[in-house]
Ligand binder design. Structure first.
Ligand code: FES
Length: 195
């Protein structure tokens, strides 16, 4: 009786092992395919990404620090994978704005996210999602032309005026070999709150 039980148990274990092995074999060949299906153009900005102009005569060209001047309107940009050169323009949420600020307009808590006076944010307004394209004449404030929401570019994109209810997502920057690159991914939620 005990032997029968042992035999049954062993058979059961064997069956379980065979099934588990078969499942592993069935799943393994598909794992790399799932990774390969990720579209690099829709991947969010990554550490080390560089930037290109999103529009205008220089669309697709690299943005250099000298292209950004204090007082200029925000420059709309897409991140670029530095290794492959892939422009991450396949998702609207990857649209960025870069703006150079007067150093006096950068709060102490924002300085670690700035490089050579330049700061970067998600360009998607957190009200209804319009792209943000304007710098207020007084400097340091980003204005959405759709309904007037205003964000403090020198202070983590805090919403200071208008109907938006939350700040812009920051993209931390760092200087590398005279260039400006992403120091990390986005900090903060992107776009309007989900309805
Ligand atoms: S979409 Fe920007 S203020 Fe409404």
């Amino acid at each position: 009786m005990a032997a029968d039980h042992l035999e049954q148990h062993t058979t059961c274990e064997c069956r379980r092992a065979i099934v588990t092995g078969a499942l592993a074999l069935a799943v393994a060949p598909f794992a790399p395919t799932v990774e390969a299906d990720v579209n690099p153009r829709t991947v969010r900005p990554q550490t080390g990404d560089r930037f290109v102009f999103m529009t205008g005569d220089r669309k697709g060209e690299p943005i250099k620090p000298a292209d950004l001047k204090v007082g200029d309107a925000p420059t709309l940009a897409y991140p670029v994978d530095a290794a492959s050169g892939t422009v991450r323009d396949g998702a609207r949420t990857n649209l960025l704005l870069l703006v150079r600020l007067d150093p006096k307009d950068i709060a102490a808590g924002m300085q670690a996210n700035a490089a050579e006076g330049v700061v970067a944010y998600s360009a998607i307004c957190t009200h209804y999602g319009c792209p943000i394209t304007q710098l207020h004449a007084s400097g340091g404030k980003l204005v959405c032309n759709c309904h007037g929401s205003t964000f403090d570019a020198g202070n983590n994109g805090e919403n200071v005026v208008g109907p938006a209810t939350r700040r812009l997502a920051v993209l931390p920057l760092k200087a590398v070999d005279g260039d400006i690159v992403a120091a990390a991914g986005f900090s903060g939620p992107l776009g309007p709150p989900q309805q």
